[in-house]
Design a binder for this molecule. Structure first.
Ligand code: ATP
Ligand code: MG
Length: 332
């Protein structure tokens, strides 16, 4: 394989990954008909980005990632990785990317240390440049370094796959649900490592069903649904799309209806002493609500506001697959 040669900074591509008009039709053997899994996707992942790819089950995320990884053949369209077209120079393209597939596959009779060494060998990483110990440490597998892979737990196997994808220090790292089945503490540790790599220049593309995770981690988010991109924006901009907040006011007296003074607002009672006012921060201010309330003589004990989050946007854009609980393992 071609080892990744450091590129001259002037030659660095603007986009770590660029996908144009990408389609994929699966033609399974047997009775099932063809399945159009990607319907002409355009996607540009900026170099240096920590990019989240979200979408409900069956949206086409893994199909896209597996095409990048060279594990699935595309039907139509063009893909370039780190400025290299995958059709023209497949080996060079593959040397620029490290992929952790959703489906884990590993030889059960190798140990984590052997597996990382073997993978480094496959990618032509010289012994002196190998990072086996550092990677084992980063994914919390130092004490399992010499155990057979088959004796690792599911979460440990996934962490080992993450380490394996990083042995050749690719400029682009792609993680397909890296934290599914990984416990909370190690998830945090794994994300810390991903963040660190990103800060040091690695472009990261990840899919996750944990929306909160994507919101906190990713600078840019694309949402795909039924094989098409329905949104692709900087995370902050995407979050601003839902211009709605809820203000909960705790008052000092039991109420049986929303005070008439608040009739100009969208307000409801959420308990005898809790009034919830919904408002659009871009148009309305909280002090108007409070002034109206003060005029009624009610005392305010406490206030809290709640912003809409990625989950709301996700539901809007994907027609609520999450809400219907279609097999999505969402964060608790
Ligand atoms: N090998 C295959 N043969 C036939 N159809 C397939 C194959 N792999 C995936 N599909 C179909 O393509 C569509 C997209 O699947 P894909 O695995 O890309 O979704 P996903 O977004 O990764 O979903 P998940 O969140 O469940 O991982 C689905 O309808 C799926 O059934
Ligand atoms: Mg998938």
């Amino acid at each position: 394989m071609v080892a990744h040669a450091p590129l001259n900074p002037v030659n660095l591509p603007a986009h770590a990954v660029e996908v144009r008009g990408l389609t994929k039709t699966y033609r399974p053997a047997g009775k099932a008909g063809p399945k159009l899994a990607l319907k002409g996707i355009d996607l540009a992942i900026p170099r240096g980005s920590l990019f989240g790819l979200l979408g409900p089950n069956g949206a086409g995320k893994s199909t896209l990632i597996n095409i990048l990884a060279g594990l699935v053949n595309k039907t139509e369209g063009a893909v370039s990785i780190w400025g290299t077209d995958i059709d023209a120079h497949p080996r060079q393209a593959r040397a620029s990317i490290g992929v952790v597939p959703q489906e884990l596959n590993m030889d059960p009779f190798f140990t984590p240390r052997e597996m990382l060494e073997l993978q480094a060998g496959l990618y032509g990483v010289p012994k002196a440049e190998r990072r086996t110990e550092e990677l084992l440490d980063a994914v919390g597998l130092k004490d399992k370094a010499d155990a057979y892979a088959r004796s690792l737990s599911g979460g440990m196997k996934r962490r080992l796959m993450v380490a394996k994808a990083m042995v050749h220090s690719p400029p682009v790292l792609v993680l397909d649900e890296p934290t599914a089945g990984v416990d909370v503490e190690l998830r945090i540790q794994l994300w810390e490592h991903v963040r660190k790599m990103n800060r040091e220049g690695t472009t990261v593309l990840l899919t996750t069903h944990y929306l909160q995770e994507a919101e906190e981690l990713c600078d840019t988010i694309a949402i795909i649904n039924h094989g098409a991109v329905v949104a692709c924006e900087p995370t902050a901009k995407l979050l601003r799309r839902v211009d709605a907040k809820a203000l909960t006011i705790t008052v000092d007296r039991d109420l049986d209806a929303v005070p008439a003074a608040l009739s100009g607002f969208t307000a409801e009672l959420a308990g005898p002493r809790h009034i919830v006012v919904r408002y659009q921060p871009s148009r309305q201010r909280v002090d108007g609500v409070l002034a109206a309330l003060a005029a009624t003589g009610l005392g305010v004990i406490d206030l809290s506001t709640e912003e809409s989050d990625l989950e709301d946007i996700f539901l809007q854009l994907t027609g609520g697959a999450h809400a219907r609980g279609e097999g999505v393992h969402n964060a608790a």
